[in-house]
Design a protein around this ligand. Structure first.
Ligand SMILES: [Zn+2]
Length: 326
C-alpha cells in the first residue's frame, strides 16, 4: 500500500511555469499522461472528426507551434478537430487537445486559434487538472489516491475521480478550472503564443469577439463560457500583460526543407547530369567511381555555394556539390 502511495504521490509541491506560483500537486506526470490518454481515446471514440481538411491541418499547424514552446515534461501532444457546433476547446492532462469546429467561427484566423490553443496548452503545462485532483484527494482522504488502477475502484469513487479530472461522463468539455487557473492559463498562454510567433494583440481581439458571442448567447451559453472568468476582467488583464508578451515575441521561421542529399556530376563528354547519393566521408574520388566517370578528378571543379573548388580526389563532398570538368 505504501509502495502504491509512493508511486502516485511524488512531491507535495511543484512550481507553475512562467508565473512561479507554488502549487499543491500529488500526482505524477505518468499518472497524468495515463489519465489523459484514456480519456482522449474515449472522446475520440464518441466524437466525429471534422472532415474539413484545411481546418484540421490548421489545428495541427498551430498546435505544433504552440506545443514547441511549452515545457511539459514527457508531453504526448495530440491535437484533434472534432465536428461539433459548440464553441469549445479542451486540454486533457499530458497534452491531449481537442477543438470543436464551433469555435473556429470565433477564432477566425490562425492567431485567434493560437490564442485558444495556447490557453489550453497552458492548462496542461501548469498541471491544473492534477492540482484540482490533488486538492480533492486531500479533502476526500487518501483512499482514492491509493489506487492507480481504475479497475480497483468502486463505481462511485471512479466517478468522483473522473469528475475531479474534469473528464466526467459527458466528456469533451472545457474542464471546470478555477478562476485563478483560468487567469493563469491566459497569462501563460499569451506568452506561449508570442514565443510561437503569433501577435499577442490578437488574443485581445479574440476574447473581445468571444465576449460578444457570449453576450449574444445569454443564458444558453455553453459550459465552456460559463466556467470562464468574466470577459471584461480577462480582457483588462490581458491588456496589462501585453507589453511582457510582446517582449517575448519571436518571429516564426519555418524550418528549411532538408538539403538535397546528393551530389551532381556534369559528364565531361556529353554534359549529362549524373546524381550520386551523398553520404558521410564521400570523396570526389569515390563519387566519381560511383558515377562511372573515368576522368581524372584533379582536372575537375567542384561548385559549392558560390565557390569553385579545385577537384582534389580526396576532397570531401557535401550535399548539393556540383562537379564539372572544363
Ligand atoms: Zn481554460
Amino acid at each position: 500500500m505504501v509502495a502504491v502511495l509512493a508511486a502516485v504521490m511524488w512531491a507535495g509541491c511543484t512550481t507553475v511555469p512562467e508565473t512561479g506560483r507554488t502549487q499543491f500537486n500529488l500526482v505524477s506526470g505518468k499518472w497524468e499522461r495515463s489519465m489523459g490518454r484514456q480519456a482522449f481515446n474515449r472522446i475520440k471514440a464518441k466524437q466525429s472528426f471534422s472532415e474539413n481538411k484545411e481546418a484540421a491541418a490548421m489545428v495541427q499547424r498551430v498546435g505544433r507551434r504552440i506545443a514547441a514552446v511549452a515545457p511539459l515534461e514527457g508531453a504526448q501532444w495530440e491535437f484533434a478537430l472534432f465536428n461539433n457546433s459548440e464553441a469549445n476547446a479542451f486540454c486533457l492532462p499530458g497534452g491531449k487537445v481537442g477543438v470543436y469546429t464551433g469555435i473556429l467561427r470565433i477564432t477566425q484566423n490562425e492567431a485567434g486559434l493560437a490564442t485558444v490553443l495556447a490557453h489550453e496548452v497552458a492548462h496542461a503545462a501548469a498541471h491544473h487538472s492534477a492540482e484540482r485532483v490533488s486538492r480533492m484527494i486531500a479533502i476526500q482522504g487518501a483512499g482514492i489516491a491509493l489506487v492507480n488502477s481504475f479497475g480497483n475502484l468502486s463505481g462511485s469513487s471512479r466517478t468522483m475521480l473522473y469528475a475531479a479530472w474534469g473528464i466526467g461522463t459527458t466528456v469533451g468539455s472545457e474542464l471546470p478550472h478555477s478562476r485563478r487557473q483560468e487567469l493563469e492559463a491566459d497569462e501563460i498562454g499569451l506568452l506561449y503564443m508570442a514565443r510561437a510567433g503569433y501577435d499577442p494583440e490578437e488574443a485581445i481581439r479574440f476574447w473581445e469577439r468571444f465576449a460578444a458571442y457570449n453576450k449574444s448567447k445569454g443564458k444558453n451559453m455553453p459550459w465552456f463560457l460559463r466556467t470562464h472568468p468574466l470577459d471584461v476582467q480577462r480582457i483588462e488583464r490581458l491588456k496589462a500583460l501585453l507589453p511582457y508578451a510582446k517582449a517575448e515575441f519571436r518571429p516564426h521561421t519555418p524550418s528549411l526543407p532538408p538539403a538535397v542529399n546528393e551530389v551532381v556530376f556534369i559528364h565531361p563528354e556529353d554534359g549529362r547530369r549524373i546524381t550520386v547519393p551523398w553520404k558521410e566521408r564521400l570523396t570526389l574520388y569515390g563519387a566519381r567511381r560511383t558515377a562511372q566517370i573515368f576522368r581524372v578528378g584533379a582536372e575537375a571543379t567542384v561548385q559549392r555555394g558560390g565557390d569553385d573548388l579545385p577537384g582534389a580526389p580526396t576532397l570531401r563532398l557535401r550535399p548539393g556539390d556540383v562537379v564539372r570538368w572544363k
